[in-house]
Design a protein around this ligand. Structure first.
Ligand SMILES: Cc1cc2nc3c(=O)[nH]c(=O)nc-3n(C[C@H](O)[C@H](O)[C@H](O)COP(=O)(O)OP(=O)(O)OC[C@H]3O[C@@H](n4cnc5c(N)ncnc54)[C@H](O)[C@@H]3O)c2cc1C
Length: 305
């Protein structure tokens, strides 16, 4: 007979790993599934300045430390991209490209992805100069000119990182910059950064590799000669795989109560995927802990087989 886990944790970012640690310590059987590297977004963060007690820690170091902590406790982890979840005979059936899994409850911790600019050339040059991760790909553009489009904290943090590597960084902001003031001040000290307010991204052009970025402002269209474009403007999430369950959401984000419960009994959520205002490491970890604690309470109330 197929194993039925007490809980399946979908997503092994900081929210999912924290939830798994709490479940394990609560003596519940759980499996953490991820379609990428454990640590999630942490792997894309060059330097974290605001995680309590771990000043200036590189994201990949925190990812490794979290994953090691979970592994040492005996948390089960498997690769798998979840594409559908159904409920059959009071058990959740989770379908992934690496097989199906069964569980009595779920914690959804699948985070968010960067939004595309949606302009010609963006898909064509992905990996050939277009990148959504400065920490991962910035070093490929050492001494080159690059463009970054964005206006929030992630964009400003990545701009600081890139400015130490590239020759010239064009920082294009389609809207007012809404980032931590100390980050903006740090970026202002970099004399190889050109700040460009703009209205619209138009196209990314090149031959084999990216050669230019075209944007529009009130004076018309302009072309910047660059070797890379980092679109870091906005985030999106997808909960399409949850649709058979009828989980309530808002624009792809899951609505929860203070116990991280969704409207569907047995389905909990934590981290960036939750419909909320602040998307940071510290509350993602906290919500992972709350979700796991709520799962433990939920399991206690389930009728005994
Ligand atoms: C460049 C950048 C810098 C940042 N800097 C900071 C900072 O300095 N301080 C701070 O507090 N926060 C920062 N953040 C925000 C922080 O990274 C996030 O709030 C946090 O990592 C969210 O964690 P999470 O576990 O909710 O999601 P994630 O870390 O995104 O993890 C979600 C996981 O789910 C997996 N997944 C998604 N869909 C599926 C599926 N269908 N099947 C299986 N697995 C799936 C993904 O592969 C991923 O590993 C930064 C973010 C970015 C992008």
């Amino acid at each position: 007979m197929k194993m039925i886990y007490d809980c399946l944790v979908i997503g092994a970012g900081i929210a999912g790993i924290t939830a798994s640690i709490y479940l394990k310590r609560g003596n519940k059987s759980s499996l953490m599934l991820d379609k990428g590297a454990p640590g999630g977004k942490l792997n894309n963060i060059h330097r974290i300045d605001n995680y309590p007690g771990l000043a200036r820690i590189p994201g990949p170091d925190l990812a490794l430390s979290l994953f090691n902590q979970a592994s040492e406790l005996g948390v089960e982890y498997a690769y798998g991209s979840v594409y559908e979840i159904r409920k059959e005979d009071n058990v959740f059936l989770v379908k992934t490209d690496a097989g199906d899994f069964n569980a009595k409850s779920l914690i959804i911790a699948t985070g968010v992805e960067n939004k595309k600019l949606g302009i010609p050339g963006e898909d064509k040059y992905l990996g050939k100069g277009v990148s959504y991760c400065a920490t991962c790909d910035g070093p490929f553009f050492k001494g080159k000119d690059v463009a970054l489009v964005g206006n929030a904290d992630h964009a400003v943090e990545d701009a600081i990182y890139l400015s130490d590597i590239v020759n010239r960084l064009y920082f294009l902001y389609p809207e007012e910059i809404v980032a931590t003031p100390s980050h903006i001040e740090e970026l202002k000290t970099k004399n190889n950064v050109t700040w460009i307010p703009m209205d619209k991204s138009i196209a990314i052009e090149g031959h084999e590799l990216v050669e230019s970025f075209i944007y529009e402002d009130k004076d018309g269209q302009h072309k910047l000669d660059v070797n890379a474009v980092f679109p870091l403007y906005g985030e999106k999430s997808s909960t399409a795989f949850l649709s058979p369950l009828g989980v309530k959401g808002n624009k792809g984000f899951i609505e929860t109560n203070a116990n991280m419960e969704s409207n569907v009994p047995g389905v909990f959520a934590a981290g960036d995927i939750v419909d909320k205002k602040l998307r940071q490491l510290v509350n993602a970890a906290g919500e992972g802990a709350i979700a796991a604690t709520s799962v433990i309470g939920y399991l206690r109330e389930l009728p005994k087989e």
